[in-house]
Structures are given as structure tokens and as C-alpha cells.
Design a protein around this ligand. Structure first.
Ligand SMILES: Cc1cc2nc3c(=O)[nH]c(=O)nc-3n(C[C@H](O)[C@H](O)[C@H](O)COP(=O)(O)OP(=O)(O)OC[C@H]3O[C@@H](n4cnc5c(N)ncnc54)[C@H](O)[C@@H]3O)c2cc1C
Length: 553
């Protein structure tokens, strides 16, 4: 198996010199001139150079790992799998949220783990957790390091030493059961490698989040991820048939495919547990035949309200496409200006030809057996037309497919030029969606308005369900260079309070981490929090498993 490339420390992707490429050639890495003009006008932004400090200048404190723990880990795993090396620790420091990137770009790595452990089997992971308990060392499972909610902060009320338990060595396909459509894999495997392996048997998992190039299967399960085709294939939760969870108290085998009624489903406790109960060391996933046909296309609605109402109708009739992405007017406008290349020209041309300069873009996609996909597409198209949408054609779909993983590369360039760039997400019922949408926008605008400089708040709906959908919000604003972290924390607080008050969920697919934990009790309720604490106490009595996330203090 080829070695997996590592994410850069201060941004996204391998460095441009990496043999695998990097972002240097990605069209989205360059901000087109009209986009620059648009952002300057819209945000009152003055483009300025705000480069990250050199990686060599990032401050990493000396390791605090006690000698006895170091010896015990080395005896168990071998010296090569226990590292206190600066670079190894820095590469497992935090995730990739805006706050993480601000810290790393300013030279702050105060949340670096004291050591990195790389176990290779479930037994070794279980033994690592037992040793952590014995030696009072916190264990933070590390997958791809793409958390955007502070899931890897390693913070601990008792300030104990921290080890990152990197699952990178456990990244192989262990078995494929083509007959039952099941694959068993190590938790450190990434999506591209799995898809490549499954293709040999004509299979696919179909889970494609924007972080697909770097996130791991264990991380998806630990955070309850959702991908771009999740309306069709389901959330990652739906794709997990079973898993192995190593805890300080022992090893659990959870999930019994195809189905069981033997009491409550304990698998649900591990999904979304964010390393607080232990480490997922193996997953059995539901796979499907590779689609023989894929068709993506664009539509345009005059208004967001018309788009929402029509998608609700599609959901009600079980006709939602596999990919659904409805952008509001602000996101549609910005998408067209920020996009470059042939695809973007096709979209603009399509809109002009149909006299739809303004409006809300909808990208839809159908995957599967061509005749079935065609029939579903015909039925859905008829409802879209009834809802007032006009078809823009396949060029828009192809442009979306082309750029579907490029936003994080572009984010790095925007951070280099004095911008605040962050996203947040929620879900709501069809009834509550319009209120949640208005509330989040108003809260973000109120919190980020600064003397005539306004944020750009862009939203899209994705991940449709019969009962509702998720909203994904991207915020751009002129950065407060003096207090950038406080600027975002204030906005995030306002937006979270507003979306919960309006009936949204705390998160739809980014999980809780450290960033959302102050609000978890509002969604889980006090008894729910006590229940989670009791489970943690049973599996992790010394509280060494990722204590800084999920559960409020
Ligand atoms: C640019 C960008 C785009 C993104 N797009 C999406 C998207 O489209 N959809 C989506 O769902 N998310 C998205 N995310 C968020 C992120 O990719 C997901 O949360 C992903 O599931 C994290 O996987 P990871 O392997 O990187 O986990 P990590 O970031 O390494 O860890 C995340 C959390 O899970 C725990 N964990 C990791 N592995 C294990 C394990 N084996 N056992 C137990 N606990 C573990 C960690 O301790 C941590 O708390 C995006 C993030 C970025 C930066």
C-alpha cells in the first residue's frame, strides 16, 4: 500500500512540491480578479498580505511524557512507534477549523500532544489505553486531523500529558464480502484508497465529504459525518454495519449485520463518540455496486423560498436526487464570481441564455442503474418545473463535480489575504428551516458588522431527508487583525444561540468537539448528559479518553 501523504501543518493539502501534486495547480487556489473586486466591494475588505509564520517558528513546548509511561509505551509498541519528535507532534496538533488554522499560522501550537503513538492492532490500541489509565496520560485518537470543531484539542481539566493515538498504520482492507455487500477496514484508511480497492470488485462506498482526500473512515464514524451524496447513499452512520471499539475497560464488538432485535443498538453509542469512549479499531461498512451511470445538472430558482418549497415536495414524494445542493442568492452570486475556468463559463453562459442572472442555483445528481436513474430524474424534473425552476443543464453539474474538493485550497489563499473564512452547519425540519435560515444569517451579520464592513453569509441546503434538511453556512468577513479569534468566537456564539432558539440542531455532521460542548445539554437534556457520563465512567473510569470534547464540564 503506498504511503499516505500528510496534510500541511498550516493549511490544506500536501505542499505544492509534493509528488502527488498539491494545490498549486488547483484553479480555485487562485482568486479570479472579478471575485477579488466583488469581495472588496461586498465586505469592505482591504486585501493585504497576512502570511503564516514559517513552520520552523511555530512554538512547540518540550514533551511532558513521564519517563515511566515512555518506557511502557516503547516496550509495548517498539521505539519506532513512539515519537516525541517536534514535527510528528506538530502534525497531530489540532484539526483544520478556522481557529486551528489561525493558531498554527500565528505560531501557536500550545495544544500539541506530548507524544505520538502508532499502534498497529486492536490489541495494541487496547493495551495503550490501559497504560494511559495506569500512567495518567490522556489519549486522543487521531485519524486524518480534519476536525473542524476542536475535536483534537487534547484539553484536559487536570492538565495531564497527552498522546495522539494515530491510526495511520491501521489503514488496510481486511476483507470484502461481495455477496453480502460488506467490507471490513482499518480505521485509518482514507476514502480514495478504499474506493480504489473496492473498484476491483465493482463496488463503492460512495461517502464523499469535502474532506475526502484526507479524512479517515474511523474519523467519519467518530463524528457522524455526511458526504455530498448522502441524500442518496445515506450518512456515514447508515453505512456502518459494525465496528470494534477498544476501551480502557475492554474491547466491544458492536453491530450485527444484517439486523438484530437483541435489545437497544449499542452501535449508536460508538457513532459520534469522538474518542471519548475509546478508539474505533475496525469497521464493517455497507457497500454497493459502483453506479453504472451518473448524471449531475444545474437548475435555477428565482427565490430561496421557491427552492425550499419544491425540494420539500420532492422529499415528500421520495424523489430527492442522490445529490441535492440548493444555494441561496448570496452563495449563488459568489459561486459564479469566485469560480474560474471552463466550468464556470458554462454556468454563466447557461444562466445568460435563460435570462436568469439572479436567483438560486440548484445542483442535483442521480447515480445508479441508468434506466432507473433516468426514470427518477424524469419524475423529479417534472416537480422542479412545477416549482418554477429552469434547467441549466449538465455543464453546471460538471463544473460542480470538477470543483467539489477545491474550497479548502482556496480557503488558504483567502487566509493569506486578511479574510475571516469559516463554515457552520445545522439541520431543521422543513417547517423550521426558513426560520433557522433567517436567524443564523441575522446573528452572523449582527456579530460581524464592524463600522460599515459587512460579512458575506452564504448558505446552501444539502443532505435532504423526508422530514427536513441540513443548512451549511459559509462566512467571509474582513478579519480583525488584532483579535481574530475573539471575532469568530463571538460570531459563532451568536449563531449557535440563534439556530438552537429557532429549532435547528446543534450540528448536522461536524460533531461536537470542544466548540459545541457548551450547548450539548440543550440538545441532549440533563438526563441525557448523565447517561453519557455513566457510559463513559463504565468504559473509561480514569477519564483518559479524549476528555476535552463532547461532554460539557
Ligand atoms: C475542508 C473541510 C471540509 C470538510 N467537509 C466535511 C463534509 O463534507 N462532511 C463531513 O461530515 N465533515 C466534513 N469535514 C469535517 C471532518 O472532515 C469530519 O469531521 C471527519 O469525519 C473527520 O475525520 P478525520 O479522520 O479527519 O478525524 P480527526 O479529525 O482525526 O478526528 C475527529 C474526531 O474523531 C476522533 N477520532 C478519529 N478517529 C477515531 C477513531 N478511530 N476512534 C475513535 N475516535 C476517533 C478524534 O479524536 C476527534 O475527536 C470537513 C473538514 C474540513 C477541514
Amino acid at each position: 500500500m503506498p504511503e499516505q501523504s500528510e496534510l500541511t501543518i498550516q493549511g490544506w493539502g500536501p505542499p505544492p512540491s509534493h509528488p502527488g501534486g498539491g494545490d498549486a495547480d488547483t484553479p480555485a487556489a487562485v482568486l479570479p480578479r472579478p471575485a477579488r473586486r466583488f469581495l472588496t466591494r461586498e465586505l469592505g475588505w482591504t486585501p493585504r498580505a497576512t502570511p503564516p509564520v514559517p513552520v520552523g517558528d511555530i512554538r512547540v513546548a518540550a514533551s511532558r511524557l513521564p519517563e515511566a509511561a515512555r518506557q511502557a509505551f516503547t516496550e509495548l509498541l517498539g521505539a519506532g512507534e513512539v515519537s516525541e519528535d517536534r514535527d510528528a507532534r506538530l502534525r497531530r496538533t489540532g484539526g483544520k477549523s478556522y481557529l486551528d488554522l489561525l493558531r498554527r499560522r500565528s505560531g501557536d501550537a500550545s495544544d500539541a500532544p506530548d507524544a505520538v503513538l502508532t499502534p498497529g492492532t486492536t490489541e495494541e490500541v487496547a493495551a495503550v489505553l490501559r497504560l494511559c489509565s495506569e500512567h495518567g496520560v490522556v489519549a486522543v485518537p487521531f485519524g486524518g486531523g480534519t476536525s473542524v470543531v476542536g475535536g483534537l484539542s487534547g484539553s484536559d481539566a487536570d492538565d495531564r500529558p497527552v498522546v495522539a493515538v494515530d491510526l495511520g498504520r491501521m489503514s488496510s482492507v481486511r476483507s470484502v464480502d461481495v455477496h453480502s455487500s460488506l467490507v471490513t477496514v482499518g480505521p485509518g484508511m482514507r476514502g480514495p484508497a478504499l474506493e480504489e480497492a473496492l473498484a476491483r470488485d465493482g463496488l463503492t462506498l460512495g461517502h464523499l465529504p469535502q474532506s475526502w482526500e484526507y479524512a479517515t473512515l474511523g474519523g467519519y464514524a467518530a463524528t457522524r459525518s455526511a458526504g455530498q451524496s448522502s441524500t442518496g447513499v445515506g450518512r456515514f452512520d447508515d453505512l456502518v454495519a459494525g465496528l470494534t471499539l477498544a476501551t480502557p475497560a475492554g474491547v466491544l464488538q458492536l453491530g450485527h449485520p444484517p439486523a438484530s432485535a437483541a435489545g437497544p443498538d449499542l452501535l449508536g453509542l460508538a457513532l459520534g463518540s469522538e474518542g471519548t469512549l475509546g478508539v474505533i479499531t475496525e469497521l464493517t461498512l455497507r457497500v454497493r455496486p459502483r453506479p453504472r451511470g451518473r448524471h449531475y445538472e444545474g437548475w435555477s430558482f428565482r427565490t430561496w423560498a421557491a427552492g425550499l418549497a419544491t425540494l420539500q415536495q420532492l422529499a415528500r414524494h421520495d424523489l430527492l436526487p442522490d445529490v441535492v445542493r440548493l444555494s441561496d442568492a448570496d452563495e449563488s452570486r459568489a459561486t459564479l464570481l469566485m469560480a474560474s475556468g471552463v466550468g464556470a463559463r458554462a454556468v454563466r453562459g447557461s444562466l445568460r441564455a435563460r435570462r436568469r442572472g439572479q436567483g438560486c442555483l440548484l445542483v442535483v445528481g442521480w447515480e445508479g442503474i441508468p434506466s432507473v436513474a433516468r426514470a427518477r430524474r424524469r419524475a423529479a424534473s417534472s416537480l422542479l418545473r412545477d416549482g418554477g425552476a429552469v434547467r441549466l443543464g449538465g455543464g453546471v453539474g460538471r463544473a460542480w463535480v470538477h470543483g467539489r474538493f477545491s474550497a479548502p485550497y482556496l480557503r488558504d489563499r483567502l487566509l493569506d489575504q486578511g479574510l475571516l473564512v469559516e463554515t457552520l452547519e445545522t439541520a431543521a425540519t422543513w417547517t423550521a428551516l426558513p426560520t433557522v435560515y433567517d436567524a443564523v444569517r441575522a446573528a452572523l451579520r449582527g456579530a460581524l458588522d464592524r463600522g460599515g464592513r459587512h460579512p458575506l453569509v452564504m448558505t446552501h441546503l444539502s443532505h435532504g431527508y423526508p422530514t427536513g434538511a441540513s443548512l451549511y453556512v459559509t462566512v467571509l468577513a474582513d478579519r480583525d487583525d488584532a483579535l481574530p479569534i475573539q471575532q469568530w468566537l463571538g460570531a459563532k456564539r451568536a449563531a449557535t444561540d440563534a439556530l438552537l432558539a429557532a429549532g435547528g440542531t446543534l450540528t448536522h455532521h461536524h460533531a461536537v468537539g470542544t466548540d459545541h460542548r457548551p450547548w450539548l445539554a440543550q440538545e441532549a437534556g440533563p438526563l441525557g448528559i448523565s447517561l453519557l457520563r455513566a457510559v463513559k465512567q463504565q468504559l473509561d473510569p480514569t477519564g483518559v479518553c479524549n476528555p476535552g470534547v463532547l461532554l460539557p464540564d
